[in-house]
Ligand binder design. Structure first.
Ligand SMILES: NC(=O)c1ccc[n+]([C@@H]2O[C@H](COP(=O)([O-])OP(=O)(O)OC[C@H]3O[C@@H](n4cnc5c(N)ncnc54)[C@H](O)[C@@H]3O)[C@@H](O)[C@H]2O)c1
Length: 293
């Protein structure tokens, strides 16, 4: 089955270079009209030039994703020009790495603002249009640093995991409008990863090998609430799971029982991927009813 994005309008943030550029080119190659957003007009124009040279349709729209009014103006401008917005690729990002002990809180806030609030701004601006048209594909760019941690990236990891939380709820709220919301955790050689990965590893980590993941998450048949991991042509999925755990109940030594049972509490053998947050208390109440005091 060939993915065809003809007639779809996509906005890709941070698309003036790195992964965003590859995503924009890949979406345009499948027929989508692509808005190329980044901080600087020249980088947007350069990617638009590449898309147009390859026979695609693209529009440069420089603005800072943390500038709420600017992002809303971009969305309204795209609606005025192209009449719909089908695909959002929230990709813009920065790093301000330091250990938490040495972290300046202004840098913490800046990173959260760009990754989390930048994604919130664009998604909030486009959401009513997607609801009205009964169609939307929203992609947030998370990271292994958020999912699993990375030394020196407390700010970045917190922001990236916040996007997973945002996805979990927007996927539920978007369902009745056929808005599907997913996360991508890429690995690629870009300006961002210069010096972070070894030279040898970077050779296999072309951004072009990640972008097919974005095309699949942008397609009509996209899943929803998926965390897709992608790098070097390999694709995996991460799940936020809940173990079966143990029932301890109301007893004076409950804390000691927890301490004695960490391995059972953490046993992933029959772990679930809950449909929503209420699955946790549902499971807990069911366990308490199964073992009455
Ligand atoms: N490269 C990797 O291995 C990797 C791993 C995990 C996650 N990511 C994520 O992928 C995304 C793309 O990163 P990349 O590796 O291509 O890095 P990159 O630095 O090459 O690209 C990021 C782009 O975002 C733009 N940008 C930064 N702040 C912006 C803002 N406020 N408004 C608009 N544009 C802004 C930059 O100008 C740049 O063009 C980021 O969200 C990053 O956190 C990358």
């Amino acid at each position: 089955m060939t993915i065809d994005l003809t007639g779809r309008v996509a906005i890709v943030t941070g698309a003036g270079g790195g992964l965003g550029r590859s995503h924009a080119l890949a979406l345009a190659a499948r027929g989508a009209w692509v808005v190329v957003n980044d901080l600087h007009p020249e980088s947007c124009e350069s990617v638009v030039g590449e898309i147009v040279a390859a026979g695609g349709v693209a529009l440069a729209w420089p603005c800072n994703v943390t500038d709420r009014a600017g992002v809303f103006a971009m969305v309204e401008g795209v609606m005025a020009r192209w009449g719909r917005i089908d695909i959002l690729v929230n990709n813009a990002g920065i790093l301000r790495d330091r250990t938490f002990a040495k972290m300046d809180l202004d840098d913490f806030e800046l990173v959260v603002n760009v990754h989390l609030m930048g994604s919130v701004n664009l998604t909030k601006a486009a959401w009513p249009h997607m609801c009205e048209q009964g169609y939307g594909r929203v992609i947030f760019t998370t990271s292994s640093s958020g999912l699993y941690g990375n030394f020196g990236q407390s700010n970045y990891g917190a922001a990236k995991m916040a996007l997973v939380g945002l996805m979990q709820t927007l996927a539920l709220e978007g369902r009745k409008f056929d808005i599907r919301v997913n996360c991508l955790a890429p690995s690629a050689a870009t300006r961002m990863t210069e010096g972070l990965y070894s030279e040898d590893d970077l050779k296999g980590l072309s951004t072009d090998l990640v972008s097919p993941g974005v095309v699949a998450l942008a397609s009509e048949n996209a899943p929803t609430r998926t965390i897709l991991l992608a790098g070097a042509g390999a694709f995996e999925q991460a799940h936020v799971t809940m173990t079966q755990g143990v029932f301890i109940g109301d007893r004076p030594d409950a804390a000691d029982q927890i301490e004695a049972n960490w391995s059972k509490i953490g046993d992933g053998a029959e772990a679930l991927v809950p449909d929503s947050g209420s699955a946790q208390y549902g499971h807990e109440v069911a366990r308490s009813l199964a073992y009455p005091a």
